[in-house]
Ligand binder design. Structure first.
Ligand SMILES: [Fe+2]
Length: 352
């Protein structure tokens, strides 16, 4: 249940420096490293000589040197040097992938590298705009990546699962979302009026008392979910466009399948207020991580019940509408990719 011709968010760019980094993506062991000029290289994490993981080697002048016998590979996967040999055997190469750095994230194109189209990376501008202060976290989840996407599109679970962290107002669980279809995803959004705001965002934004609150969750294929959050003092006009009495945050959830039953999860909160306030940064990072750990406990238990991440046959409630729509669109994308002659079809679908 993984689209091949798609971009996956893999690492925060800051976490890819001088050392190679190993990540298994869709059951494929891959090593990431910095090539010439700081570009990103991504190779099969298996030397063609004796199958040693290249991630146990080191980067030398923009090429990756195997830690076992010193074979050197450039970002295209071509072996460019074999110690003690005058010539490199022409068959000495490993598979390479297209990988790029954009919006402070390292992205991987899982399909044929010649089909990669950088314009299909979602525009997560707030992650690279210096006017926004970001937190950046990572965790491994022992659950299928689609269960996490379901979770992020289902905002009615917050009151129950996150009672001790995000908390909020029971009334918020009853406010339905409006769903807008996008060429490569969907947006589920709702304003909750005159509610008790989640303590985390109320504290970060200095909101006292009841609030009007926006949640706009956007899924972009295959595995990015971002949520625009606005919390403003009730009755100050935020739903009509005046956010001067409130705060806005972008919560980013960047997901990649590791195996059929595990996922990589990058998370971030970006804000355009109280810059340089380390206490707010710490509050948002620690608060969000505590909440996501609550999700992890539930999703990993859910994974043990569904085994393959397949949720077909489950009962859907009103709050599941965005998740149901996501699964439906994703299946169409998967079918389009797998249909002969349409392997390079755009991930977007119309008329869903
Ligand atoms: Fe959650």
């Amino acid at each position: 249940m993984v689209l091949k011709n798609a971009w996956y968010p893999i690492l925060w760019a800051k976490d890819l420096a001088d050392e190679p980094v190993a990540r298994t993506i869709d059951n494929q062991p891959i090593v990431f490293f910095r090539g010439p000029g700081g570009t990103v290289g991504a190779l099969e994490d298996r030397c063609c000589h004796r199958a040693a993981p290249l991630s146990l080697g080191k980067v030398v002048d923009g090429v990756l040197q195997c830690g076992y016998h010193g074979l050197r590979f450039d970002p295209s996967g071509t072996c460019v040097g074999v110690p003690f040999h005058d010539r490199v055997p022409p068959q000495a190469r490993v598979r390479s992938y297209r990988a790029v750095e954009k919006h402070a994230v390292v992205w991987l194109w899982l399909g044929d590298r010649d089909t990669a189209d950088e314009s299909r990376i979602p525009d997560l501008w707030w992650l690279s705009d210096p006017a926004w202060t970001k937190t950046q976290g990572y965790m491994k989840l022992q659950a299928n990546y689609q269960l996490l996407i379901d979770n992020l599109l289902d905002l009615t679970h917050v009151y129950y699962l996150h009672a001790s962290t995000l908390g909020g107002d029971a009334q918020s669980a009853t406010v339905p979302s409006k769903i807008e279809l996008l060429p490569d995803g969907l947006c589920a959004h709702r304003w909750m009026i005159d509610i008790v705001p989640p303590p985390l965002f109320a504290r970060a934004g200095g909101i006292d008392g009841k609030a009007d609150r926006l949640q706009a969750s956007t899924w972009r294929a295959p595995s990015v979910v971002y949520i625009e959050i606005c919390c403003a003092k009730t009755g100050t006009g935020a739903p009509q466009g005046d956010r001067s009495q409130g705060v806005t945050l972008w919560a980013s959830h960047l997901i990649a399948p590791e195996t059929d039953s595990s996922a990589h999860y990058l998370f971030s909160h970006a804000r355009n207020f109280r810059h340089g306030d380390e206490e707010v940064t710490r509050l948002l990072y620690e608060g969000a991580k505590a909440a996501f750990l609550e999700d992890a406990v539930m999703l990993e238990a859910q994974q043990r019940n569904v085994l393959d991440g397949n949720i077909s046959g489950m009962l859907n409630m009103a709050g599941d509408a965005p998740g149901v729509q996501y699964r439906r669109m994703f299946q169409k994308m998967l079918d389009a990719e797998r249909s002969p002659g349409r392997l390079n079809a755009p991930a977007g679908v119309k008329g869903t």
